[in-house]
Design a protein around this ligand. Structure first.
Ligand SMILES: C[S@@+](CC[C@H](N)C(=O)[O-])C[C@H]1O[C@@H](n2cnc3c(N)ncnc32)[C@H](O)[C@@H]1O
Length: 192
């Protein structure tokens, strides 16, 4: 039987994964998340895309595989060595900028049409994260366990962080299960 795990992965993603493996970095996004990122990136011709937490550039490579030739991506990573490796990976692609910086550097560069918030911001400044979105802009948050209850739970209590995004007054948001064990939250900033 053929499964989605057999589906080919873009060359740039494979190179990013190889760099991550060589460095022992295990926090790159899963292919299911990456394919979602690519599809969402494709909905934003001329779009301004952003990512917090470049890691080794796996998520950014997926975004690149979907974004149009006239779109742009800025991704920020506070670890200088990781940022350097990712910068080299994207050196041939003028659409992409890799900054060595805290995620808050994105405040000077927004608003964004798509924001993959994957390193900084998600927990420490949820409203600031939403504030980076242009009207119609899409927010993607990784690394949730699929919810089996409403409200979703985390440990012994309600998952307040997930609830914050899912019920945010400026977002139309939902949870998308990408594997048996992983879900992402996708929110679109309303024009209100
Ligand atoms: C989950 S990994 C990112 C994986 C990457 N987005 C991908 O899809 O392959 C999180 C990364 O965020 C970086 N990071 C954590 N806090 C940060 C912050 N405040 N500003 C910028 N980067 C941060 C970490 O150094 C780490 O490389």
């Amino acid at each position: 039987m053929t499964t989605s795990a057999d589906r080919p992965v873009p060359e740039l993603v494979r190179r990013a994964l190889a760099n991550a493996e060589a460095d022992g970095f295990t926090h790159s996004c899963e292919p299911g998340v990456g394919r979602l990122l690519a599809a969402l990136a494709a909905t934003k011709p001329t779009g301004r895309l952003a990512e917090s937490g470049t890691g080794h550039g796996v998520g950014a490579a997926w975004l690149c595989s979907g974004m149009t030739a006239d779109a742009s991506l800025v991704t920020v990573e506070r670890d200088s060595l990781r940022a350097e490796v990712a910068r080299a990976l994207f050196s041939g692609d003028e659409r992409v900028r890799v900054l060595t910086a805290d995620w808050t550097a994105l405040r000077e560069l927004g608003p964004f049409d798509l924001f993959f918030c994957d390193g900084g911001g998600k927990r420490d400044d949820p409203d600031g994260v939403v504030g980076l979105l242009a009207p119609g802009g899409i927010l993607v948050l990784d690394d949730f366990a699929p919810a089996t209850t409403w409200p979703p739970r985390y440990g012994d209590g309600v998952d307040d962080l997930r609830m914050h995004y899912l019920t945010h007054p400026l977002l139309v948001a939902t949870e998308v299960r990408v594997t048996d064990t992983m879900a992402v939250v996708v929110g679109v900033r309303s024009a209100r």
